[in-house]
Design a protein around this ligand. Structure first.
Ligand code: NAP
Length: 393
């Protein structure tokens, strides 16, 4: 068995912690090369004590100095680095074969792309990177021979439901449709009027999944499903009209693929991200993820319904951005990140999240997304437009 050396970008988050849980179950297979966090220095220290990485990364020098002191006291030799360049370094490091991309938001783009360009096995949880730079990202995967494994549970499920080599368009393999399941979030069945007074704590209380706060809000607005739709288009070479969103409140079926002979293939499991993480780490083998096997008798029934795009317009906004193409998805993503931050800080109402995204979309011109500079500029200008809108309201 080959020992794999892993960098976990965003180690202190929900996906990062689950990744370390799976890695810790298989010390004979995996060594942790690097762990990164933004500001969570205490959590990173605990992880360094447990996993003894060669490198740890934090955003600012003050936190790094504190961590260095704590590590020295504990007699640990982990090197502590800071800043964005350090994230890129640990993603492309020669010693590393596998990179878990689990930073939240646009901040994940550059280190993830660096891992791709270094030809690593990239476990992609950070959907925002692909939403922003889809064509460029997938070209780089092809050109640099990276192995890209989707970790988002829906895309991981679809990956498992498709033929091993599914490149070249869905039709080539007799796939007629991808069925992207959605729990519907905590406000399934609510009217637009009822949604107006939703609080951050209500939005972050997801009925089935335990996740970071940004993705929890995205799940509540259905923007998460919109971002996933864009992600699925790039990962599986699909058009938006080949993807149907199916609300499935039990979150047991993680997604499906329909075939031209009438077959529908689904992947099922308990809603626990350690299953797709273990799949990505061990692929094409299977390893213990610490997740219990599904008890179908306990679940007893599975329900399905269409998504309510009137009450939750973010899904439509995302589909339209994908159809528009170019920098439109990067603008959508940037405006959404600003809107979600403002909502979590108590400065924006829940139903104003989609309002803000739509206003920024209307305001910003769309350019071809042929290079990284254009994409990053579209991101910056969309954020500026979003902050301007917030300042006016
Ligand atoms: N959670 C899930 O179940 C789930 C499922 C599918 C996909 N995803 C995707 O996976 C990604 C991570 O989600 P999550 O729920 O794990 O998020 P999370 O719990 O908020 O964790 C985010 C991680 O990224 C770090 N981070 C945040 N901002 C950063 C920045 N500007 N620069 C560098 N590092 C930064 C955080 O460090 P600090 O702790 O220091 O803030 C933390 O380690 C997201 O793109 C999400 O959409 C998550």
């Amino acid at each position: 068995m080959t020992l794999r050396h892993v960098t976990v970008l965003g180690a202190t988050g929900s996906i990062g912690t689950s990744t370390l849980d799976v890695l810790g179950r298989h010390p004979e297979r995996y060594r942790v090369h690097a762990l990164t966090a933004h500001h969570s220095r205490e959590a990173l220290l605990t992880q360094c004590r447990r996993h003894r990485p060669a490198v740890a990364v934090l955003d600012v020098e003050e936190d790094a100095a504190w961590l260095r002191g704590q590590l020295a006291e504990a007699g640990l030799v982990t090197e502590v680095r800071t800043g964005r360049a350090a994230l890129v370094e640990v993603a492309e490091a020669r010693e590393v074969d596998t990179v878990m991309s689990a930073i939240v938001g646009a901040a994940g783009l550059l280190p993830t792309l660096a891992a791709v360009k270094a030809g690593k096995r990239v476990l992609l949880a950070n959907k925002e990177a692909l939403v922003m730079s889809g064509a460029l990202f997938m070209e780089a995967v092809e050109r640099y021979g990276a192995t890209l494994l989707p970790i988002d549970s829906e895309h991981n499920a679809i990956y498992q439901c498709l033929p091993a080599d599914h490149r070249g368009g869905l039709g080539r393999h007799g796939v007629t449709q991808l069925l992207l399941t959605a729990s519907g979030g905590p406000f399934r069945g609510w009217s637009r009027k009822e949604l107006v007074s939703v609080t951050p704590d209500q939005a972050c209380a997801h009925p089935n999944w335990s996740m970071g706060r940004k993705i929890s809000v995205d799940s509540a607005t259905l923007m998460n499903k919109g971002l996933e739709l864009i992600e699925a288009c790039w990962l599986f070479d699909a058009r938006p009209d080949q993807i149907q969103v199916v609300v499935h409140p039990q979150s047991v079926i993680h997604s499906m693929a329909s075939y031209s002979d009438g077959s529908v293939i689904a992947q099922l499991g308990n809603p626990d991200m350690r299953t797709p993480i273990a799949y990505g780490l061990a692929w094409p083998e299977r390893i213990d993820a610490g997740v219990e096997t599904l008890d179908l008798f306990q679940i007893a029934r599975l329900d399905f319904e269409p998504a309510d795009e009137m009450a939750f317009p973010c899904l439509r906004l995302a589909r339209e951005a994908m159809a528009t193409g170019g920098t439109a998805p990067a603008v959508l993503n940037a405006a959404n990140e600003v809107a979600v931050d403002a909502f979590l800080a108590g400065h924006l109402g829940f139903t104003d999240i989609d309002n803000l995204v739509a206003r920024v979309r209307d305001e910003r011109p769309v350019a071809p997304a042929g290079d990284l500079e254009t994409i990053l500029e579209a991101d910056v200008l969309a954020r500026r437009a979003a902050y301007d809108w917030l300042a006016r309201h």
